[in-house]
Design a protein around this ligand. Structure first.
Ligand SMILES: O=C(O)CCC(=O)C(=O)O
Ligand SMILES: [Fe+2]
Length: 365
């Protein structure tokens, strides 16, 4: 309630305008406390239930899917570990994924330099329009969030590249080249993973793979500045990702937490590791066999954190529905048809909380 008073009224609107410029900008003015706008209600704060008695209990090593053998006679083993990772865990790491370390390092490095640009330069790309193909923004949904989160981001739409690339930032001077190279490798890996995922579900791959070829690809570079009071706020609130898969790269500073059996566990990741998670659209397509899990991001006092999330799926105007091959008398259809436009309408019309978009698509029996 306090928060609403803060956003209304002349002086406070000016303050809101300042918050819209992002957390990095706010921090540059020298902060020793988290402003009220970023303070979550007590029950939504990290460790609202108190700190874990043994912090290492709450760190998990994500299951590893090793792609080294994906094109060998051992493919069946790879598929079995992939199926288990999607069905039992929802989040996993991929190794031997074929993306050169140099491409990954260059992507992280140029992302860092983007966030180091002077505010005037970064803000050229600032937009509150959630469908803008290139957008520098802050919080989770800055038009709707009552409480802001401790995150700035650069979102780059990668498809169709011929149309979106001319809109991408021109500085740092090597951003386009590096981000294009990274996004092309990510697309290749996504195609390889999806073909394998479809095989694990025992559905026809041809037509769906063709649709993925022309599907959406969103690259979101997240920047979470160091925070003076990390117990009061979050870098990202609990959410699930749209799309079929998210391929996530992060810089080695921990912060990603996944909800498992009602508890938040921190993913223990090596710098440069690629994390993959099942998105809402794959949960729908698989008729609930593979789960899109809630996750969130915590921040810390010691250092900023960066991640690059690539969300991929079907074409923006394509319809996502449970595969007819996974629906029968024993497995009734559990989700209604959905598309990207419906999702955008949903997120722009309300404050996104948890998995409520996915829940809005569920059929109750
Ligand atoms: O920064 C992270 O580790 C997670 C980012 C994320 O969940 C997202 O961009 O959807
Ligand atoms: Fe996410």
């Amino acid at each position: 309630m306090e928060m609403e008073l803060v956003v209304k009224g002349g002086r406070d609107e000016e303050t809101l305008e300042k918050y819209m410029k992002g957390v990095r900008h706010l921090c540059d003015s020298g902060l020793t406390r988290v402003p009220a706008k970023y303070i979550l209600p007590a029950t939504e704060r990290p460790y609202a239930q108190g700190p874990p008695s043994n912090p290492s209990d709450l760190k998990i090593k994500l299951p590893v899917v090793d792609l080294a053998d994906i094109h060998t006679p051992n493919r069946a083993h790879v598929l079995a570990s992939l199926a288990e990772a999607c069905q039992e865990h929802g989040f996993f790491q991929v190794v031997n994924h074929g993306i050169p370390a140099e491409v990954i390092e260059k992507m992280i490095d140029v992302s860092r330099r983007f966030f180091e640009l002077p505010f005037e330069e970064r803000s050229t790309y600032m937009s509150a329009d959630i469908v803008a193909p290139v957008r520098y923004g802050t919080s989770f949904n800055q038009n709707r969030d009552g409480v802001f989160c401790w995150r700035d981001f650069l979102k780059l739409s990668c498809h169709p590249l011929s149309r979106t690339l001319p809109l991408w930032p021109t500085s740092p001077a090597d951003l386009r080249e590096r981000a294009v190279s990274y996004s092309k490798h990510i697309k290749g890996l996504f195609m390889e993973l999806m073909e394998a995922v479809l095989e694990t579900l025992e559905v026809d791959t041809g037509p769906v793979m063709e649709e993925f070829g022309e599907g959406i690809q969103m690259m979101v570079v997240n920047f979470y500045p160091a925070c003076p009071e990390p117990d009061l706020t979050l870098g990202m609130p609990p959410h699930s990702d749209f799309g079929f898969l998210t391929l996530l790269l992060q810089d080695g500073v921990s912060g990603l937490q996944i909800e498992q059996k009602g508890e938040w566990v921190t993913a223990d990741l090596a710098a440069g590791a690629l994390v993959v998670n099942v998105g809402d659209h794959l949960e729908i397509f698989s008729n609930g066999r593979y789960k899109s899990l809630l996750h969130r991001v915590t921040v810390n006092t010691a250092q900023p954190r960066m991640s690059v999330a690539c969300l991929l799926g079907l074409a923006a105007d394509g319809v996502v529905r449970p595969s007819p091959q996974l629906v029968d008398d024993d497995n009734p259809r559990r989700y209604m048809d959905t598309d990207f436009a419906t999702f955008l309408q949903y997120v722009s019309s309300r404050e996104t909380k948890g998995k409520n978009f996915l829940e809005s698509r569920m059929l109750r029996s």
